[in-house]
Design a protein around this ligand. Sequence first.
Ligand SMILES: [Zn+2]
Length: 374
Amino acid sequence: MNLIRNPQSAIRNWMRDLFKITWSAFLFYTGLLFLLQFISSRRKKGGEVFILKYHRISNFEKGEEAFPFETGVKVEDFERQINYLSQRHRIISLKEVAAYLEGESELPPLSVVITFDDGYEDAFLLAYPILKKYGVKAIVFISPAYTGTGVISWRDKLTEIVRMAGLSEIKQEAANLNYPDRVREILTQAELDTFKDRIDVLKDLTEFLKRIDDKEARAAVDNLARRVAWQQGDWKRHLNVSWEQAAEMAANGIEFGAHTLTHPPLTKIASQQAMYEIKDSKQEIEQRLGKAVSFFCYPYGDFNEETKAMVKEAGFMGACCSKYGVVERGSDLYALKRIGMELKFDAPPGRFSKAIFAVEMSGLADMLFFRGGL
Ligand SMILES: [Zn+2]
């Protein structure tokens, strides 16, 4: 389809993919990548760390079932990634990053931190056995409102609604005056023929709902859930870890961080409410797990100077955001950039490529893939 519409860009993409996989395979299998890595780690002063941001781990095949696959990494691919990282990189904790940024210590070369946002049950069921198998540390950011409560966030309810909805159900709801105008507009224009159509509807609804009052957003989604996809929805797949599961992970090298109580966008709510979300999530997780909670993660990556100050005041040692980037000397400890792992490390036709992953993780990808150059 693309090829017919835009043959030039399709050919260009194909050439770029081919270059990427052949070049990566050459660098990786000849060992040249590791030589370059070694030379660059000796030349670089200070060091840098990649903080990896995982979200969901899935055991679904790519396709409708895995909806929306952008935030997920398949469990087999996750194991390949962890296996590789545990051999070639140093997997460290956020505390070590904090010590480095405060000038108290150096970073080992090729440092990596593994983080999970939201603490879905798949972090326990699928990721944790792999982390344990390779003896790898990680931090999971959780929100107590969804931990062990059986409560599903409105974002996940919406995902399930859009995944399972029939077009006639959606069109019927478009006429329901109880919804905000923008929601009705999106429902009216919704197309659900393809996987991409559904992703678009989900994105449009989420973008709008996360900007309005959280209670209103929840009410709108609950209303939708009662009328659309209620029977067919597989709601259980959106559960978060229980406190028992979290305690087991915490006893085996997994750290827990706070992600607020209810996952609101912090700059869009009243300051007092934001402070309560930040402080009380720390306290509740500490009480439940009997361990200090030292790091925070901004829901939706939404923060400003005021939120940063609140996080400091609440006693956190640092915080992760969702901006893409590498952490190095001088980076902001209260806005730690990360690398989203929903990024594709696939070689055509869609299989995980260890060679591409290795180049991306080497810290030399910009140079080796001629990004910004060619
Ligand atoms: Zn989150």
